[in-house]
Design a protein around this ligand. Sequence first.
Ligand SMILES: Cc1cc2nc3c(=O)[nH]c(=O)nc-3n(C[C@H](O)[C@H](O)[C@H](O)COP(=O)(O)OP(=O)(O)OC[C@H]3O[C@@H](n4cnc5c(N)ncnc54)[C@H](O)[C@@H]3O)c2cc1C
Length: 380
Amino acid sequence: MIQRISADVTIIGGGLVGSSAALAMRKAGLAVVLIDKGFCGAQASGVNYGGVRRQGRPPEQLPLSQRAHGIWPRLKALVGIDGEYVPSGHLKLARTEADFAKLEAYAEIAKPYGLDLELVGAAALKTRFPWLSAAGAGASLCPGDGHANPRLVSPAFARAAERAGVKVFEQTPVRDVRATGSGFAVLAGENVEIRSRQIVNSAGAWSDTFAAQFGESVPLTRIYPSMVVTEPLPVRLPVSMGEQGGSFYGRQVARGNYVMGGGRGAALADPDFSRPSVTAASSVMQRAIALFPHLANAQVIRFWSGTEAEMPDGNPVIGASQTTPGLFHAFGFCGAGFQIAPAVGEVLLELVATGQSTTPIDAFSIGRFSQVAAQTAVSL
Ligand SMILES: Cc1cc2nc3c(=O)[nH]c(=O)nc-3n(C[C@H](O)[C@H](O)[C@H](O)COP(=O)(O)OP(=O)(O)OC[C@H]3O[C@@H](n4cnc5c(N)ncnc54)[C@H](O)[C@@H]3O)c2cc1C
């Protein structure tokens, strides 16, 4: 039997973006349906590194990132758990003088946004961070950045949304979406039919198919970042680490495990799933040992990769559709959506309620790609 539901907003994709939007909208009194083809928070939002990092983002993302920075300490009140959120600080290491100059330049750019970056010269590195091996021309510390446990945080937003009254469908793939004139009709799973005035496309690495259905082709590619976790070891690493110009990143959790990332895996035959490459995992370990010699004999106990959407300019797509009133997009977070997702959820509420965002999002308009396509066509 067909299950027919009416709502104000249908959200396609229960990652952290869709779930935080669902929670924000429901708290504002809207009737919301949240649909995921698998389990909410089981894709990129639940398998990422857990970096809650503002440092290093393009300046146009910093207002949104700062807004999210204000939300993370309130997780317990918002979703009922603290998600193991630790504002540990994020230390970005420069291996060369040229890389350190880039950190200095970024600190200038980021100054107006209030990240309070602290530049640490080569000599101070050794005394401030004695657990690091000798290498390094300097570093930049963002004291308020940190990390959290994505496996806890992302499903918790969906569960909190459900408790607040959002109708959540899991293991219910959206099969068809169409504009009806007065709103949208969504067919999902075997027998769910939803009618709503507005719709949010937050289907992560699968969002391009929904955008294309409404005449908005986007140059989204799927990437598969690889992660590695060691056995628990004595706790020494107080900050989350990254590298300027390198792909290694690492943190240590309270239980002692090192969680580290870098390199890419590859899609399996079913591109919804991926596998980390052995080369990526072993190069992460080599880089880790170069930085933290005490990891020389550490056992790796798990490695995995996740599916993420990447856009060519490194920025997400957030905002109203340019073809279809009532459709809003939020996808393409390029390996960095975990930290800003709670703020994206609030912005999506503002967009469906008022059509405007109080945080600047013009740089993330989907229109930037159609403009590029049009310009390319003219210049041919
Ligand atoms: C290994 C890895 C490490 C990362 N590290 C970090 C980090 O340290 N810090 C950071 O800020 N970001 C990080 N990221 C990026 C971050 O995880 C993502 O940007 C963010 O989670 C994207 O959230 P999302 O809700 O857009 O997408 P997702 O979490 O992918 O959610 C999209 C959802 O849409 C659903 N969906 C798709 N198609 C359909 C359909 N037809 N019907 C119904 N549902 C559908 C999917 O099942 C999925 O649950 C990392 C990503 C990966 C993979």
